[in-house]
Design a protein. Structure first.
Lengths: 587, 275
């Protein structure tokens, strides 16, 4: 139990509240480090070659480039990077990957001049940021993108604080490296203090051209999955569970033409998972001194990856989700969906070094870094957990078992489906009984003995800022076809879909039902997604709502942002394959 | 000590929560009731200005859609076949180009022995996804061997049957009322994620006897294949295997008449490729 307690900064003070009176003190060391990082980043960018895997880097050289202020000049270009031994051109901002961390202040008007030196159009989307629609950076909705050789000036007033990020919304540039963190100093001091402040940007890198990755998935959806069940697995299951159980399991999956190992489309067979732009071997390191409290701002900038994050030996206290403060909750592990951010506080003690460990949800690889007293230290690196298998219950098919007992299924749990899914060749599955499962840590995290974060653990530190009951409910189903690699809402791909129309000022409820066997992080631009609890009340303010298979979750939207907004799965290849809608807010 | 520390944190957060609550209450318009179901938001909706309208709906010329035209070319069989005395090449290839629903397919298969073409044919068909696992196809089949009656209209279905059987069923309509049908099914048995055994069965039927094509009416022939491949990459998998072909009835007679054995067992070795 002691492992979960939070030690106050000084005995007898009011815990984290006291520390908030000295925000300058706590960020100063980081800033100094960041300035050094900037100088170095600039210099090597001039050479056009920066190899983060180089081992001779100092702590300062390992830190992300950081830019602070209200005026920013960002140049998007290609930079040679080497994460695997084969140099490749990455898409970078000011020559760095991840892109520079931008530090803004709530209330400031920021100006960002984004120059494009690529041979193709580009864009930057400010993920989770409230802003006018023409500043949102989605080509085709917000603007025309930034053509080669041109500069687009983003200017808007920052209306929120916390940890966010930014990335390209053009083609697959996000996969090629265009992502960076946003840190916004809030107007109201945060209710906790810390001595160190590190961004931990998780991402996935492939040496392949992402257009080729997408093309391969279209040709053969299981291309990157080398964990499919084999004859050997069958024999083992027969030994352990008996022939009857094993056969009926294989027949159930075979009848659906699904495989229980489809946890990720793109896996460690092509991905090198990165932490702050460092491969596991390069071991990004953040330093601490004894007795210090460290804030880690986790961002999942992965194009197609979920990560399960833990720091063996160190409990983490989650204090913010998607930039928004939550009641602190101490956990051993959390799952972070693509696009999400979690701020955690840790108080390293008793060891000189701790491994920050982020294994991919499908257990095919990991990103890894170290918190250490000195540079060059490392702690044991855990083994990957066993590959979890989806179950029929995971996918909301547990109802099938009930039917088998001859009883009628409960109408209340029997899920209905939109007409557009009926007979639709691009919809390969429908959930039978869906539930929110907010308290479910998710596949692979349920029985490992560690305390894993769930959405039920996350409660906003503030009451519903809008307060109104939703005036209407819109239900949308997440749909897809694994074998054809097609993804959509309600069985209708973006190219065939009408916008979802909202009226300016209205409050509505969006209910998502996942009719696929994969998890989807669903991201609404321009407006918050206020996740509802099991009682239908405001619980948590998010910009990405994770939707594991078989779930039905609801969130409230306050339509206070005029314009055309993107609403999509944040797995890049699902978005490209059609799981995308325009949400249009008109007066 | 630990306990006290934890309590101080709890108290701290409680105080803070109260502050937040108070600030939210402060944000709500004075004297306004804000019970659940109230029509007025606690945080007022800002009125829309002309500048807002301009910013919200800029002129946009490009599309946000990312649909791509894709293609797939598979050489499922590209192999040498032999039975100890004779040997030759054999191929079976198919592929498509198109979108998610509508695709243009080709199929070709055939064999060649000592430089001369044996049975060989090519299909060009339009396929449309009509159900969860099924495409319907319509198009042309052209037999490449010399002789009459080389062109057929092809109508078929293909898809993934329950339990992962990949199946194709096609009927063919030729000139002068000639008809034929073909059924193919294959399966992939994973010894490992790279070592894959592919059983395959093909059944051919003809509506009419045609001496010049050396086929008899009814079930004329079947082929069974068992190929074990190793996927060095998904796209590149060398394999070895065995095949067994058997012709029946008049088709067998025709084969014997030209010195071929209707019942043939062969070893095969080849490479499976796709791009």
């Amino acid at each position: 139990m002691a492992a979960f307690s939070i030690r106050p900064r000084r005995p007898g003070d009011a815990g984290w509240l006291a520390a908030s009176s000295q925000p300058l003190e706590v960020t100063r060391p980081s800033r100094r480090t960041f300035v050094k990082g900037l100088a170095m980043g600039g210099a090597v960018a001039g050479l056009g070659l920066w190899r983060p895997a180089a081992s001779a880097q100092t702590d300062a050289g390992q830190q992300l480039v950081s830019l602070t202020g209200t005026e920013f000049d960002l140049t998007i270009g290609e930079t040679l990077m080497d994460f695997t031994g084969s140099p490749r051109l990455a898409v970078t901002v000011n020559g760095s990957l991840p892109a520079p961390t931008l530090r803004w202040k709530e209330g400031d008007t920021v100006t960002l001049r984004v120059a494009n030196t690529l041979g193709e159009g580009t864009s930057i989307h400010w993920h989770g940021i409230l802003l006018p629609a023409n500043m949102d950076g989605v080509p085709g909705l917000s603007f025309n993108g930034i053509p080669p050789g041109e500069t687009y000036v983003y200017r808007f007033t920052v209306r929120q604080g916390g940890t966010y990020w930014y990335h390209s919304h053009s083609g697959f540039q996000e996969q090629r490296g265009l992502y960076g963190a946003l840190i916004i100093e809030p107007l109201e001091p945060e209710p906790f203090g810390y001595d160190r402040d590190y961004v931990v940007m998780l991402s996935d890198w492939t040496d392949e051209d992402p257009d080729r990755v997408f093309a391969k998935l279209k040709k053969q959806a299981h291309y990157y999955n080398y964990n499919r069940r084999t004859l050997g697995d069958f024999a083992r299951d027969v030994r352990e569970r008996g022939l009857g159980v094993t056969l009926s399991d294989r027949l159930a999956w075979g009848e659906m033409r699904m495989t229980p190992t489809d946890l990720a489309d793109v896996t460690g067979t092509t991905y090198t998972y990165l932490m702050n732009g460092h491969s596991p071997a390069a071991n990004w390191t953040g330093l601490f001194r004894r007795g210090e409290r460290v804030r880690l701002r986790f961002v999942n900038g992965g194009a197609a990856s979920y990560f399960d994050v833990r720091i063996p030996g160190l409990p983490m206290t989650v204090v913010a989700a998607d930039g928004q403060l939550v009641h602190p909750v101490t956990v051993d592990e959390f799952r972070i969906a693509a696009g999400e951010t979690f701020d955690v506080l840790v108080e390293p003690s008793g060891q000189e070094a701790f491994t920050i460990w982020a294994q991919s949800m499908d257990r095919t690889g990991y990103a890894r870094g170290t918190l250490a007293l000195r540079d060059g230290l490392s702690a044991p690196v855990p083994d990957l957990d066993p590959v979890p298998l989806l179950t029929m219950a995971d996918m909301g098919h547990e109802g099938m078992a009930h039917q088998g007992h001859g009883g009628m299924m409960d109408d209340a749990t029997m899920q209905t489906h939109p007409e557009s899914e009926r007979g639709n060749p691009l919809v390969d599955m429908q959930v039978m009984s869906a539930s929110a499962r907010l308290d479910d840590p998710g596949i692979g995290l349920r029985t490992n003995g560690r305390r894993a974060l769930t959405y039920a653990n996350l409660r906003a530190l503030f009451p519903d800022p809008d307060g109104r009951e939703p005036g209407r409910t819109v239900e949308l189903h997440l749909t897809g076809h694994m074998e054809r690699f097609v993804w959509s809402f309600d069985g209708v791909k973006f190219s065939d879909a009408e916008p979802l129309r909202l009226t300016y000022g209205e409050r509505l409820r969006i209910v998502l039902v996942n009719d696929t066997m994969m998890a989807h992080p669903i991201h609404l631009h321009g407006m918050w997604s206020d996740v509802e609890d099991d009682a239908g009340q405001f619980q948590l303010r998010k910009h990405v709502v994770d939707m594991p298979p078989g779930t039905k979750r609801s969130f409230r939207v306050r339509a206070d942002a005029l314009g055309r907004w993107a609403f999509h799965c944040h797995l890049l290849y699902h978005m490209a394959a059609g799981m995308f809608r325009e949400v249009r807010v008109d007066v | 000590m630990r306990t006290r520390a934890r309590w101080s944190v709890v108290v701290g957060w409680a105080v803070l929560g109260a502050c937040w609550g108070a600030s939210a209450a402060w944000a709500q318009p004075a004297g306004q009731e804000n019970e659940q179901g109230s029509s007025q938001p606690w945080t007022p909706i800002p009125p829309v200005t002309d500048a807002d309208r301009v910013a919200a709906f800029p002129d946009v010329d490009v599309s946000a859609v990312h649909d791509t035209v894709n293609y797939f070319v598979l050489f499922d069989q590209l192999e040498w076949q032999g039975d100890g005395s004779t040997g030759g090449m054999n191929w079976d290839s198919k592929g498509w180009i198109g979108g998610d629903r509508d695709r243009l397919w080709f199929r070709t298969e055939g064999d060649a022995e000592s430089g001369s073409l044996g049975d060989a044919e090519a299909h060009l068909v339009y396929g449309r996804a009509v159900a969860r696992w099924w495409d319907v196809l319509v198009g042309l089949r052209q037999d490449l061997r010399d002789g009459p009656g080389k062109s057929w209209l092809a109508l078929g279905v293909q898809g993934l049957a329950p339990y992962w059987f990949e199946v194709e069923a096609t009927v063919y309509l030729g000139a002068s009322g000639r008809t034929a049908a073909r059924f193919e099914a294959e399966y992939e048995l994973l010894f490992t994620n790279r070592l894959v055994l592919q059983p395959l069965v093909e059944l051919n039927l003809y509506g009419k006897t045609g001496a010049e094509r050396r086929v008899g009416a009814g079930v004329s022939a079947f082929d069974i294949g068992l190929r074990l491949r190793y996927e060095f990459r998904r796209e590149l998998a060398p394999y070895i295997g065995v095949t067994w072909s058997n012709a029946f009835g008049e088709t067998a007679d025709f084969a014997e008449a030209v010195g071929e054995t209707p019942d043939s067992r062969r070893l095969v070795a080849g490479v499976r490729l796709w791009f």
